[in-house]
Design a protein around this ligand. Structure first.
Ligand code: PLP
Length: 242
């Protein structure tokens, strides 16, 4: 195995081990947590090295960049998750390429996705993105103020009525912080919001919680994450976006 692939493999195995330790510490089973390795902004050779390292689930943020990579690696035998904001006019780049969308953030996008799913004959598992940290720059429904959670219900009802989208749970990206403990209350909020929605919509499976990145994934696993999205800690620093 080439140098880069074996470095990535070491960091990948180390991260899986850390996830397993954190899961057991929290009384959970390690296999309840899936690791999405984030290759956004990484060139194709780094993506290839990541696949060679044994990674089978990759996360990408920018639809065009991602689809170009996916088309370049047709027989890679890996799964791709879209984890970044998708403008509704790019909704056609999701169904058929990605096995899950973590970042569904509007009814408008949901309606467009549904249309392309119908046209292509796809079912698309999705997570609803919530902004629990209140930052203006982040996408997702504003969920920092618990007293306003009921205001999401009409949007969610509209999304649940779309037959080709399968809602599986929630996703969040808390404010960037050096100290992982700062993320803990945000992860707890997302889990409580999940429980709130599960009560309102008991027929839907709300199992998935996509939360935690390189800095705070251990805390996220302790707080119930079923999907962690880790880039730099495994693949290395991202080149500046050109
Ligand atoms: C970039 C990104 C990640 C990965 O961040 P790292 O700090 O590289 O682990 C996870 N989730 C989303 C939504 C991202 O944009």
């Amino acid at each position: 195995m080439a140098d880069l692939a074996s470095q990535i493999r070491q960091r990948y195995l180390y991260t899986l081990e850390q996830i397993a330790v954190a899961a057991r510490r929290a009384g959970r089973k390690p296999e309840e947590v899936r690791l999405v390795v984030v290759t956004k902004a990484q060139p194709l050779d780094v993506v290839q090295a990541t696949i060679e390292a044994g990674v089978d689930l990759l996360g990408e943020n920018y639809p065009e960049e991602a689809v170009e990579k996916i088309r370049s690696l047709p027989n890679a035998g890996v799964m791709w998750h879209m984890i970044g904001h998708v403008q509704s006019r790019k909704a056609d780049l999701v169904p058929g390429y990605f096995s899950m969308l973590h970042s569904l953030d509007s009814v408008k996008l949901a309606n467009r996705l549904e249309r392309f799913c119908v046209e292509g004959g796809h079912q698309l598992p999705v997570l609803l993105e919530f902004n629990v940290g209140g930052e203006e720059s982040k996408f997702g429904w504003q969920a920092g103020d618990e007293s306003r959670w009921s205001s999401f219900l009409p949007d969610i009802e509209a999304i649940l009525s779309l037959p080709h989208l399968e809602v599986r749970g929630l996703m969040t990206m808390p404010p960037l912080a050096e100290d992982p403990e700062i993320s803990r209350p945000y992860f707890r909020t997302l889990r409580r919001l999940r429980d709130f929605l599960a009560q309102r919509f008991p027929a839907v499976s709300w199992d998935e919680l996509s939360m935690g990145t390189s800095i705070d994934y251990i805390v996220a696993v302790e707080e119930g994450a079923t999907l962690v999205r880790i880039g730099t800690a495994i693949v290395g620093p991202r080149p500046p976006r050109g």
